[in-house]
Design a protein around this ligand. Sequence first.
Ligand code: PHE
Length: 330
Amino acid sequence: MNEIKQAINDCENLKDLEQFRLSLFGKKGLFAKEFVKMKSLPNEKKRDFAQKLNADKEFFLNLLNDKKMILESIAIEEEMRDESVDVTLFNSTPTSGALHPVMATMDKIIEYFLSMNFSIQEGPLVEDDFHNFEALNLPKYHPARDMQDTFYFKDSMLLRTHTSPVQIRTMLESEPPIRIISPGAVFRRDYDLTHTPMFHQIEGLVVDKDGVVSFANLKYILEDFLKYMFGDVKVRFRPSFFPFTEPSAEVDISCIFCKGEGCRVCSQTGWLEILGSGVVDPNVFKAVGYEGVSGYAFGLGIERVAMLLHKIPDLRSLFEGDLRLLEQFR
Ligand code: PHE
């Protein structure tokens, strides 16, 4: 008994162990021989003999199994040591990374507004109904709250559908004058050539004592910005509607592909829509407790600008992480 125990313990690898197992339990192994012996015993002794033999058998099988598990984990460790990757190995074709085109475009936009004395404010991606809708003069049954557009959580929490809630947070936390931009991710239930469920916007907000900030200031800065971004383009302000601005305007540039003659990208109109903007609605100031002030706000989608600048036909390709696309921006 003890000899067998010792022998199992002394096995140094799985091969030795398997060999020893066969010498015990193989067809010509020790136990097979013992069972043959049993046949020549008188009947009244057979039972006890068989019982003892089976108990021994189970005992050694367990011992073999335990030893096997130990040897296996040692074998795995050795294998991992031998096959480890040498991370210091020299790669003969070093490549540099690069900013994702969306981030590069965002940086370029931010750079402009920093040069115009705006500062950067950020806000949470998970918002509540008040900051994303209510305080922005979006009434309870406004279509923008539709389940089609908004990702809702429980307890009227949601993924912000635009960067405009940062306007509200900034005004609630500070006093005018305010001159901020707010870049970041926004979320809408949309998915096609020109929409993805997550995309990025930059919001702008300027507020000062009544009479200091006007639509004319808005017009000047957006025209200047669009020429900085797209070069020599025509800019037009088109009357529009946003619940949080009044008056509101969407801002177009002459199509950078056909120079305004009409093509597929601009749907033959000669114009590309880039921004939403307007003079801050009095109801918004009421919601944050501001009095005697005026201001303007604007918002734009960063992916749309990146797509136009780099002639990317499918917005979704920006989020697939395909190196064949990304390497073009190194
Ligand atoms: N929040 C608007 C949108 O997501 C954009 C906007 C911002 C319009 C500020 C006007 C003023 O479409």
